[in-house]
Design a protein around this ligand. Structure first.
Ligand SMILES: [Zn+2]
Length: 216
């Protein structure tokens, strides 16, 4: 009888422990899937609305999203900072020097709406120029959101540039364009930025890209 009870006890405890282990195991197995779903839900809320690029003949909406996600830090692409990146499939012939892109930022909130423009009545810019323009416009939003201290540091660095300390002629326009052009160069042509202005390069590396470097 004692023997029998002991067997029953063992049996019972084994069954209990198997069931418990199984349940814990299942919860553990389900955890990554649950995390993935939660992350996906967050991403969905935080995604930039990319639209209109199918009409560019250069990059599709999906390619634009992938190019930016593959090349820029995730915190530069927050959907609550840049609400929309839109390709404007029209050519404004009256507009002198049709701009490549526009980044409209609400100065109070730092939230931007980006537009990339068709360049000629016949066609668009090439892929190289479109990628550059996309990164340049994102750079404008990053500038607005990098904090007063960093903005005033950049103001000084930009103002103290040597005559040849700019990555492009357009960068000479003002400190905003200097930042957007330097930001684009940091990602797409880091050797150029390093060569023309190591101080700008160091600032971007440390204060904007958290140490991440490209092409080295
Ligand atoms: Zn600009």
């Amino acid at each position: 009888m004692d023997q029998y009870r002991r067997w029953k006890d063992i049996e019972q405890s084994q069954i209990t422990s198997v069931e418990t282990t199984d349940l814990e195991g299942r919860l553990q197995e389900a955890a990554p899937a649950r995390d993935q779903l939660e992350t996906a839900a967050r991403d969905q809320e935080n995604q930039i609305d990319v639209k209109g690029f199918e009409g560019s003949g250069v990059m599709r909406n999906e390619e634009v999203s992938h190019y930016l996600a593959d090349n820029l830090p995730a915190n530069h692409l927050r959907g609550d900072r840049i609400t929309r990146i839109q390709y404007a499939d029209r050519f404004d012939g009256d507009h002198e020097g049709n701009t490549l892109g526009v980044c409209r930022t609400n100065p109070a909130t730092g939230v931007s709406d980006i537009q990339i423009n068709r360049q000629t009545p016949e066609g668009s810019m090439d892929r190289h120029m479109m990628e550059h323009t996309l990164v340049h416009e994102v750079g404008h939003n990053v500038f607005y959101n990098m904090g007063e201290h960093n903005i005033s540091t950049w103001e000084q660095i930009s103002a103290n540039s040597a005559p040849d300390g700019y990555v492009s002629n357009y960068a000479r326009t003002n400190m905003h364009e200097d930042f957007a052009e330097s930001y684009a160069a940091y990602v797409r042509d880091p050797a150029l930025l390093q060569e023309v202005n190591p101080q700008k390069y160091a600032f971007l590396k440390q204060s904007v890209f958290g140490g991440r470097e490209y092409g080295y």
